[in-house]
Design a protein around this ligand. Sequence first.
Ligand SMILES: *[C@@H]1O[C@H](CO)[C@@H](O)[C@H](O)[C@H]1NC(C)=O
Ligand SMILES: *[C@@H]1O[C@H](CO)[C@@H](O)[C@H](O)[C@H]1NC(C)=O
Length: 365
Amino acid sequence: MDLLCQKLLSQWLLVILWCSIIATIFQHVSVVSLPNNETVPAVIVFGDSIVDTGNNDYITTLVKCNFQPYGRDFGGGNQPTGRFSNGLVPSDIIAAKFGVKKFLPPYLDPNLQLQDLLTGVSFASGGAGFDPLTAELVNVMSLSDQLDMFREYTRKINEAVGRNRTAMIVSKSIYIVCVGSDDIANTYSQLPFRSAEYDIPSYTDLMASEASNFLQKLYGLGARRIGVFGLPVIGCVPSQRTLGGSLNRACLDSSNQAAMLFNSKLSTQMVVLGKKFSDSRLVYLDSYNGLLNMLQNPAKYGFEVTDRGCCGTGNIEVSLLCNRYSIDTCSNSSNYIFWDSYHPTQKAYNVLSSLVLDNKIKDFF
Ligand SMILES: *[C@@H]1O[C@H](CO)[C@@H](O)[C@H](O)[C@H]1NC(C)=O
Ligand SMILES: *[C@@H]1O[C@H](CO)[C@@H](O)[C@H](O)[C@H]1NC(C)=O
């Protein structure tokens, strides 16, 4: 082979190598294009198990999932990281959508490097709620604990990269808030503490007022581009169907009504705050109708099983109850919307994130 041929061949190999690296990075996630050359330095997440990427691994609580079969399809397979799914969770998927990175690490990971901090972390803690009692009952990090960690985070990056760059990161980053399901599904529906004192209208008032306080504090700390997930159709997750008590495991209507009522209060509060803070972008993300659409039209999105999770019987197993000894765990969850009795599969999270977020991206800028 002459020299020219060799040179062409090696250039081709380089191109193929790069293509496959890029294809691997964005294998599962659609990257959306951002308007007017906008850049997003970091994605920063607050919330509960839907967006916890492993913080609960580092605290003393029973709300954990850093064991198999969690993470069964993560990375190279069988990597339980503390994400409550078989693979990626919305924090990762959203970070990739905004072109920031493929995995959003948990803030409490002791191995984080400066570069990890500069591109964003998750402060979320599985089991948290808007209602401060929700986190307290299961000994996890409340939203106010999560804001304290965010304050510490900004101090750290300030020390490392200085005030100007910190100000840029804080004001230009995308903030995602996803919490509240546990208030309805656990604290209110399963335990006596709140239901003795509140009815659904007054409890959702309490939640909405906590949500508004949280968003005002977050704005006060410099956040400007904030997306807030409404509650999903929480009465239709497998554990709520089981605990709801009807023989045919129908969706628990009272939880769905509560979720819709809360969502309308939340989105109203967000409009009010958006007017008060005119330099902010507050984006309401409707996961209720997104998940409902998937549950009602599973075949459209490539799903078959909608009313039970893959793990164990799928009716009740979640967190510690979903483990390597769970009997009847499905061998391939690709037809399942739910991974355990409460949390969607990676595939369902991918579909849901696209349904909920893709046409809202422009509203962040
Ligand atoms: C920070 O920004 C201000 C105003 O833009 C500028 O005057 C100053 O030189 C910057 N400081 C550093 C350390 O870059
Ligand atoms: C699960 O099934 C899907 C569809 O049949 C297939 O594409 C995928 O490779 C399977 N995954 C595993 C881990 O076997």
